[in-house]
Design a protein around this ligand. Sequence first.
Ligand code: K1U
Ligand code: ZN
Length: 167
Amino acid sequence: MAILPILQYPDERLHKVAQKVEHIDQTTRKLVRDMAETMYSAPGIGLAATQVDKHIRLIVIDISETHDDLKVFINPELLDSQGEKVNEEGCLSVPGIYEKVSRAEFVTVRAQDEHGKSFTLQAEGLLAVCIQHEMDHLLGRVFVERLSHLKQTRIRAKLKKQRRETL
Ligand code: K1U
Ligand code: ZN
């Protein structure tokens, strides 16, 4: 397994739109394992292929504290969303920034697992938030882009300062 470098906002590659996975094979499963290892070591609770500069529709999520409930979503499709809720979100591509974002409270998603088997999942709470956040990445959207322009400007300035200080 390998830990992959995570693209950092405002890297333009985070805006690429991911393509459908046509063949789920050994290469896909190796990427799933590497993305899971990258997510656990960060640490994070989700990761989209876009964030590791692979522009295919693949997401991994594990919201358990014990790191033993890995969920793999290949070619995810949002079938239904209900309600609205504001939650605090973070992002491994925007380290140290946590902001409130409004999203659907309940979602129903259809996807394939790492063996190509199709499944449907109804999610709420943190899992629903995380699914929507990661599906945004696949469309080339970073969560801070849902915030006001003023907040985005402040976040970019804060990240620049953080990066200067860690050089
Ligand atoms: O997409 C990402 O960069 C992963 C992101 C997922 C996410 C978190 C919170 C709300 C929506 C989406 C993260 O994992 S940020 C790190 C984080 O939230 C966390 C890290 C360690 C333990 C618990 C949470
Ligand atoms: Zn993110």
